[in-house]
Design a binder for this molecule. Structure first.
Ligand SMILES: CC(C)(COP(=O)(O)OP(=O)(O)OC[C@H]1O[C@@H](n2cnc3c(N)ncnc32)[C@H](O)[C@@H]1OP(=O)(O)O)[C@@H](O)C(=O)NCCC(=O)NCCS
Length: 137
């Protein structure tokens, strides 16, 4: 596997990131439009990252901090680059950056039928807690 670098997700990464999300099988919803993602990046500086191979984005993660908890969104690695520690590195780097901000807990949502992602997160020490609920407003 070629050298993988991790850097901050910047506004200009949006179009390529959407392609990665599609190729990684992540749902791209209305709240994932460019203005919304840029707003998330601006509200949470330095908490979203991309993994690059030869200058091309091959993985992404969006991190947020509400002052109490950290949350991960859109963790995805292109299929050809999986199982080489990129997902682990992306999560670890966001966690480190959140810890510097005083955040002591990192949450995320995963579909219960996404068995691979559940196993991945369990490997990283995440535990299933409670039931998630939500509605469109
Ligand atoms: C989940 C995902 C990000 C993992 O990325 P990755 O770069 O392949 O993961 P890593 O190589 O860093 O794996 C870290 C650990 O998780 C484990 N793991 C990764 N994928 C796994 C899988 N499919 N099944 C079981 N364990 C898995 C690895 O064995 C590894 O453990 P190790 O370090 O002890 O060997 C990637 O599979 C992906 O993009 N999936 C599709 C999108 C998705 O479902 N995202 C999560 C949405 S909530």
């Amino acid at each position: 596997m070629e050298n993988i670098s991790i850097r901050q997700f910047v506004n200009d990464d949006y179009d390529r990131a959407v392609t990665v999300w599609h190729q990684a099988g992540l749902a791209v919803r209305p709240g994932d439009d460019k203005p919304s993602i840029i707003s998330t990046l601006e509200r949470n500086p330095g908490l979203s990252l991309v993994a690059c191979a030869g200058g091309e984005i091959v993985g992404t993660v969006i991190g947020t901090f509400d002052g109490r908890r950290g949350h991960l969104y859109h963790l995805g690695v292109l299929p050809a680059y999986r199982c080489h520690g990129i997902g682990r590195r992306l999560v670890a780097e966001v966690a480190e950056r959140l810890a510097v901000l005083g955040c002591s807990r990192l949450n995320l949502s995963v579909r219960h039928d996404n068995v691979a992602a559940v196993k991945f997160y369990e490997t990283l020490g995440f535990e299933t807690t409670g039931l998630q609920m939500g509605k469109e407003i």
